[in-house]
Design a protein around this ligand. Structure first.
Ligand code: DP6
Length: 364
């Protein structure tokens, strides 16, 4: 599919007012997206586990305006309160998607959104937030064009979510989603995420992710700036080709349930992401001393317990501790005994692999 396939033809129905809602989860990348081209096209393919507990719930109430507005007309509430800081991000998002949703200036929107995870936990809410909003807008488009298939709705919502925040296009479905063209996956696309179409061993079902909140402060460097620093980065080309290789290797790993190789790839991806930040100009470090302490303790525990606990990192100091469900009891005990002391206010979130966004039916 190309961008043109997402430009709608004339709508068959009209809708003056209504309300739609979605709950959409966050996701954690195993092969990282870091570096992009124009129009939110990723520099390399990535793959993620969709999460379950960490999610954004968004309701959009829409009212048709008497005439098309020159600007986007919307009110924004985060956890019940007006949220002016979020407005520019939504404005930019609306501008980017307007050509694909030509009705945007014909309505006033009331956007009400909330997160299941604590505010300013350092957990990126852009993936869950942008995917939830894209789905709400697609639900309205479906009301204007009821013939639209569910499959197309999800694909276009992923396409739109990507224009809001790249990683958001991987949050709509579960449990593994790939985004970006890769030679082994013929259905893969730079424009939207696809459910991982290859065989996945049962050991990866219900995979656990305990998120250790090491530093809840504002990020010193936004992802957008970080991605930008991959332009002209001395190791960019090697990094992009490494991501392709890692995705190729993961195909066999997922099929065979080879946890040892899984761990090597996933931890190397996390450290490479941070290595890219440390070797860009300007360079920066998002890990904190406690991030390193946790990583070292995970390695020591894995060695002595012979479990398959591993870690990955986002663009921040928090640590995602990954492990198979059948090792949950032992690993959780280790986390409580040894790791939460390194979290801010001992905070952590127990999550696991999830199955994507959920429509929230409204009474009409
Ligand atoms: C490190 O999706 O937040 O989490 O497209 O600029 O919104 P934008 O970036 P974003 O980048 C996420 C980067 C990452 C890795 C990943 O999720 O693949």
């Amino acid at each position: 599919m190309t961008e043109k396939d997402f430009v709608p033809s004339a709508y068959t129905h009209q809708k003056t007012t209504g309300k739609v809602g979605y709950r959409s989860p966050s996701n954690i990348a195993l092969v990282k997206y870091w570096g992009k081209k124009e129009n939110q096209i990723p520099a390399n393919p990535s793959i993620s586990f969709t999460l379950d507990a960490c999610a954004t719930t968004t309701f959009v109430t829409y009212d048709k305006l008497s005439k098309t507005s020159p600007d986007f007309s919307f009110d924004l509430f985060f956890e019940g309160q007006p949220k002016p800081d979020f407005r520019p991000k939504i404005e930019t998002f609306f501008k980017r998607i307007e050509q694909y949703l030509p009705f945007l200036k014909e309505y006033h929107f009331k956007i009400e959104t909330s997160n299941s995870f604590p505010h300013s936990s350092g957990i990126a809410s852009s993936a869950s937030g942008m995917s939830a909003l894209a789905l709400c807008l697609m639900q309205l488009e479906k009301e204007l064009n009821p013939n639209m298939s569910g499959e197309f709705l999800t694909k276009k919502a992923s396409f739109l979510a990507r224009l809001g925040s790249g990683s958001a296009c991987r949050s709509l479905e579960g449990d593994l989603v790939q985004w970006g063209v890769h030679e082994n996956t013929k259905e893969s696309s730079d424009l939207y995420g696809v459910k991982y179409p290859h065989e996945v061993h049962t050991v990866f079902k219900k995979y656990q992710d305990t998120i250790l909140l090491v530093d809840k402060g504002e990020k010193q460097v936004s992802s957008t700036i970080g991605h930008d620093l991959m332009h002209g980065h001395p190791f960019a080309e090697q990094r992009f080709s490494q991501a392709h290789d890692n995705l190729s290797k993961l195909k066999k790993v997922f099929k065979e349930g080879d946890l040892d190789t899984f761990i090597k790839i996933v931890e190397s991806e996390a450290l490479t992401l941070h290595a890219m930040m440390m070797t860009s100009h300007p360079y920066f470090i998002l890990m904190k001393p406690n991030t390193l302490e946790i990583i070292n303790r995970i390695w020591a525990f894995r060695e002595r317990s012979k479990t398959h606990v591993s870690f990955t990192l986002d663009a921040g100091a928090n640590v995602h501790v990954l492990y198979p469900e059948n090792e949950k009891e032992e690993v959780l005990q280790f986390i409580v005994d040894e790791l939460i002391a390194f979290c801010q206010n001992q905070q952590y979130i127990c999550d696991q692999i999830g199955f994507g966004a959920r429509f929230l039916p409204q009474e009409s």
